[in-house]
Write a protein that binds this ligand. Structure first.
Ligand code: TRH
Length: 397
């Protein structure tokens, strides 16, 4: 394998005014997979790391057990995790300090009881609360043009106890007129200090000389077979580091299919597999920094793969009306992706069928890495999502 390119990490260029610490309520309903809780938790932890106080109201906190060990028990300074049902519990609400900001994650609707308790002071006085919170609807990440148009738009509340208040849409994004991307202030420094062989060793994944490492976090990519075959044919050994759940199941299904139908297994000396446990978000970053190609999915892991600056292959969250095709195209345009990167994304996401000439080689990976690193440099010029959100909230107060 060719020696890894030195990764010269650029430095973020923007500055925003410092703001006083605020009290935040962040609301999250877990639909499926891990993206909703992943993003909400990352935001909460980032806010707390900057001195804010955050309450996370979530209907299923189970993924936090591995994503952020200690979070549920309250071991993370500045953040507490609350059962969603408590956001409608009169006793809990009566004792709650009113927050400065509400963040509604991905259109999850805040309990009417929670809204009512803020709109009217409970207890003896019944006096109307005159200072509504800054109310933000945090949306999904996309590179599509509508994001720049919709970011920051107001949405007046027309009915109910909060009638007359205003929510605002907050869109993460890849351009200046969007809400930017989550990026903790110490991320690049952590990355600079990272010792990949020590980390791999500590995880029981020590890398063999010349071994190519590929992380796999995906749904059921139609071109998984094709990728496995390609990897087995590339010069030098390759190891797939496979995340638990759907990625592991997809690999096992692919290998079973191979064994059932063809005598020659894809897994020969050139390609091996390590199955990973569920990692904390911090260790998930380490995984992406340690690998030579990162196969990621959804949105949060995509952003982390961009910060990692390694070649990436994105399995976009599929939507029934194929709306994700346009979203994928917009992302590839934003990357200024090369023909081979576009082609492999089309294969990986089942938009194109693979053909015999679909070779993947070291030159592709080098080219993809350059693309990720160019994009990262450009994205580092944007204000990060948490800084922008705090600034936005201060201006709306
Ligand atoms: O899990 P996802 O597929 O989430 C999806 C998408 O966000 C999608 O848009 C949304 O609509 C759907 O959920 C409901 O992929 P994503 O967004 O990358 O989230 C995964 C999170 O899990 C991310 O925060 C990284 C984290 N993670 C770990 O912390 N440790 C691990 O070992 C793994 C595999 C993931």
């Amino acid at each position: 394998m060719e020696p890894a390119q030195p990764d010269i990490l650029p430095t973020p260029t923007h500055t925003l005014p410092l703001h006083p610490a605020l009290l935040w309520d962040v609301f999250c309903r877990v639909i499926d997979n891990f993206g909703d809780i992943g993003v909400c938790w990352r935001l909460c932890a980032d806010l707390a790391g900057r001195g804010h106080t955050v309450r996370l109201w979530v209907d299923d906190a189970s993924a936090l057990q591995w994503m952020a060990p200690g979070a549920i028990a309250g071991d993370w300074p500045g953040v507490t995790v609350h059962d969603w049902n408590d956001s409608a519990n009169a006793q809990v609400l009566a004792a709650l300090m009113p927050a400065d900001v509400w963040v509604e994650g991905f259109g999850c609707e805040i309990a009417p009881e929670f809204i009512a308790s803020r709109a009217y002071l409970t207890g003896a006085t019944g006096i109307k609360d005159l200072t509504p919170p800054v109310w933000i609807n945090l949306e999904y990440l996309s590179a599509e043009p509508y994001v720049e148009r919709a970011h920051g738009l107001p949405s007046p509340v027309m009915a109910g106890p909060a009638k007359g208040w205003t929510k605002h849409f907050y869109y993460p994004g890849f351009h200046h007129r969007t809400g930017g991307l989550l990026r903790e202030p110490d991320l690049l420094e952590r990355q600079r200090q990272f010792d990949s062989s020590a980390w791999l060793h500590q995880m029981g994944l020590a890398q063999q000389p010349g071994e190519r490492l590929i992380s796999l976090f995906c749904y059921e990519p139609p071109a998984l077979d094709r990728l496995l075959t390609q990897l087995a044919q590339m010069p030098g050994p390759t190891r797939l580091l496979v995340t638990p759940g759907r990625a592991s199941a997809a690999i096992q299904a692919s290998l079973k299919y191979e064994n059932d139908l063809q005598p020659a297994p894809k897994l020969h000396k050139a390609l091996s597999i390590s199955y990973l446990p569920a990692l904390s978000q911090r260790n998930f970053d380490h995984l992406l920094w340690a690998c030579d190609l990162n196969c990621v999915r959804g949105e949060d892991s995509l952003v982390r793969a961009l910060w990692a600056g390694k070649p990436l292959l994105w399995h976009i969250y599929p939507q029934s009306d194929a709306a994700h095709h346009e979203k994928l195209d917009a992302f590839l345009d934003m990357l200024d992706a090369s023909a081979s990167l576009r082609h492999w994304h089309a294969l990986w996401n089942g938009i194109e069928k693979s053909a015999p000439g679909d070779a993947l080689d070291g030159t592709d990976l080098k080219n993809w890495q350059q693309i990720t690193q160019n994009t990262r440099s450009r994205l580092l010029e944007l204000v990060d999502l948490t800084s922008g959100l705090v600034d936005f909230a201060m201006k709306k107060r």
